[in-house]
Design a protein around this ligand. Structure first.
Ligand code: ZN
Length: 215
């Protein structure tokens, strides 16, 4: 099997964005739609902008794996998974195409409206599994799909610890404690840094503040 039924008390609250990380669309499509592959997603968007609906969003797809966000565990229970065709860091990380962004924007808008998903709940695989995942990665620009994940965080507080910033971003306590470096790397991908490492310097802190808070 590569999907299951959603439990009645576990409703869709999130959209998780991924990249396929495979050499081509054909192999990604084959893997994600194969019943015994152990992985699946609801939607796959090709580089040419075609949206493949692989699984009904009312069913639970297996795309997130071991994951946490804020105080929620196992995000598959609460999410819709969208895979973007991209070879990923392993096989030659491509720029996402403008047609891909256009299709993702339409799909996100549709899903947000139909499942009443908050803008701040459109998140990345690297956010919910920072110790294992890089996708969609630093080339992904969420502004291009008209989503502002952090617009509700209004108060600008001075001198917040890095742990507190990571918590406000949304990482679970477990990941902050156990995989803080990986969380920092995930934030750098979110900030679309060209050079990705776990170093904390003044520029990073400033960029992190600006990401989370209104100026
Ligand atoms: Zn992923």
């Amino acid at each position: 099997m590569n999907y299951s039924f959603r439990k009645k008390n576990k409703t869709v609250k999130f959209i998780i964005i991924h990249y396929t990380g495979m050499k081509n669309l054909r192999s990604a499509y084959a893997k994600l739609s194969k019943i015994n592959s152990d992985v699946s997603c609801h939607y796959l968007i090709s580089r040419s902008g075609i949206i493949f609906n692989l699984l009904c969003p009312n069913l639970k797809a297996w795309h997130a794996g071991k994951s946490q966000w804020k105080n929620i565990t196992n995000l598959n229970d609460y999410s819709i998974g969208i895979e973007l065709e991209n070879r990923g860091h392993q096989f030659g990380y491509d720029d996402f195409t403008s047609t891909q962004y256009a299709s993702l924007k339409k799909l996100t808008y549709f899903l947000k409206k139909n499942f009443q998903i908050d803008e701040q709940n459109v998140i990345y695989h690297s956010d919910i599994s920072p110790n294992r995942k890089k996708d969609p990665g630093e080339k992904f620009d969420i502004n291009k799909i008209g989503i502002n994940r952090f617009k509700n965080f209004i108060s600008y507080k001075k001198k917040i610890s890095i742990e507190e910033l990571l918590k406000i971003y949304g990482f679970s306590k477990f990941y902050i404690r156990r995989y803080q470096s990986d969380c920092i790397i995930s934030v750098k991908r979110s900030l679309k840094y060209k050079k990705i490492n776990n170093k904390i310097n003044k520029k990073f802190i400033k960029d992190f503040y600006n990401l989370l808070f209104d100026k």
